[in-house]
Design a protein around this ligand. Structure first.
Ligand code: NAD
Length: 387
């Protein structure tokens, strides 16, 4: 159980790049990082427009002198201070992640980076080497992976309760972009432009989320080959897709499917994962995150509720309120930020952590999956060896 007591000696001096006023994801970074007092927001380059960013930072109680016009100035000036920043979160559009992350690692900072980490596997592996070389933590915000019931699913699978795994069905399929909302929405506009979004839209934007949930639940499963078909139903989005189906074969003989979609009219979010074994299946859906369905063939369906004493130790460790009251996205993110802080502390002391979190390798694997999907789709939806 988490009661909000400090997990590390002193809060990590922390800054943000992006996540400014009007951004979609900035607030959840702040509320998750700051919730358990493991981070302290002391600086930022919050906005592409310097003045607006400064005004925003001041409204977050950041010292105006530490609200910088851009990230390079911030890294430089903060390095000159005795109380300079130790970590930075990157919550900017995709095309900036690689350069900002590289500059942060070179400045000796721990990083929390939004997905996708960058555009190519080559860039991602370069960042991974850089993080290793500088002994810095890079956390990736696959937010729901911090939910306690993901731990429970991982535990059930590892304990053999499902038997050998045969099928993994994943989807993140919402309906919010069923028409050209990008015409009036800057947050969507860059997402459908390859210059800013990278080689994909929904594959990277939503598909990588349930893909990482599967990686978290099934850490040993490795993709062997895949086949992807992608479409742009709303004209003007091509070559980027607003719908994609990806079929996968795993090395252990299991198969998987990811449905990535932003044009599923009427669907609120539709992020689901169902893992099917020879004996039983589990299913989790982000619109009802406090319930994990556990179905044993021939037995009544069981709904496992978050916060209940019958869950495994790992699923109870990060509970904040007990069963009954809902916990959701914000708590899952807070759990991740707590793990990021602990990992940063351990790295500073030259130690390894004994828990998992979406780290730089998860970031690399997300980029790798998108790259393979695009290679398949753009060659006529053919099966490709995973590389
Ligand atoms: P957005 O367009 O709504 O906001 C981007 C913010 O970054 C704005 O405040 C903008 O002014 C600022 N910005 C842009 N370039 C900048 C720069 N060079 N320096 C400083 N600030 C800059 O975008 P968003 O929807 O918040 O997405 C941001 C990132 O977060 C994207 O990579 C996206 O994929 C990711 N995201 C992740 C999740 C998740 O669940 N993990 C959810 C939504 C978005």
């Amino acid at each position: 159980m988490i009661y909000g007591e400090r997990a590390i000696e002193n809060p990590i001096r922390w800054a943000m790049v992006g996540g400014g006023r009007g951004s979609q994801i900035g607030y959840i970074h702040r509320s998750s990082a700051l919730r358990d007092f493991n981070f302290e927001l002391v600086a930022g380059a919050f906005d592409i427009e310097a003045e607006r960013g400064k005004d925003f930072g001041v409204n977050l109680h950041v010292n105006p002198e530490r609200c910088y016009p851009d990230y390079l100035t911030m890294f430089e000036r903060e390095a000159e201070r005795e109380d300079g920043i130790q970590a930075v979160s990157i919550a900017t559009p995709n095309y900036t992640h690689y350069e900002i992350c590289k500059a942060a690692l070179k400045a000796g900072l721990h990083v929390v980076c939004e997905k996708p980490l960058c555009f190519t596997v080559e860039q991602a592996e370069e960042l991974e080497s850089l993080a290793k070389e500088h002994n810095r933590v890079v956390g990736i915000t696959y937010g729901y992976s911090g939910h306690q019931l993901i731990e429970q699913a991982r535990h059930l699978i590892a304990n053999g309760e499902l038997g050998d795994i045969r099928i993994v069905n994943m989807q993140f399929s919402h309906g919010f972009h069923n028409v050209a909302v990008e015409e009036n929405n800057p947050s969507t506009k860059w997402r459908v432009d390859p210059k800013f979004a990278g080689p994909s839209y929904v594959l990277g934007d939503v598909g990588t989320h349930p893909l990482f949930l599967a990686e978290a639940m099934l850490p040993k499963m490795k993709i062997k080959k895949l086949m992807c078909s992608r479409q742009s139903f709303v004209k003007g989005r091509a070559p980027l897709e607003d719908n994609a189906y990806t079929l996968m074969e795993y090395e252990n003989g299991a198969v998987g499917m990811v449905w990535s979609c932003a044009v599923n009219s009427g669907s609120m979010h539709g992020q689901k994962i169902r893992v099917i074994g020879e004996k039983a299946s589990i299913e989790w859906w982000d619109e009802h995150p406090n319930q994990l369905t556990f179905e044993v063939q021939g037995k009544p369906v069981r709904i496992l509720e978050r916060g209940m004493g019958y869950l495994c130790e790992e699923a109870l460790r990060e509970d904040r309120i007990g069963g009954g009251h809902p916990e959701g996205l914000f708590e899952a993110w807070s759990n991740l930020y707590r793990r990021f802080a602990l990992a940063m502390k351990e790295a500073d002391q030259g130690k390894q952590v004994d828990f998992w979190y979406p780290d730089i390798h998860a970031g690399v694997e997300g980029v790798r999956w998108v790259e393979n999907c695009v290679r398949s789709a753009d060659n006529g939806a053919i099966w490709v060896e995973y590389k």
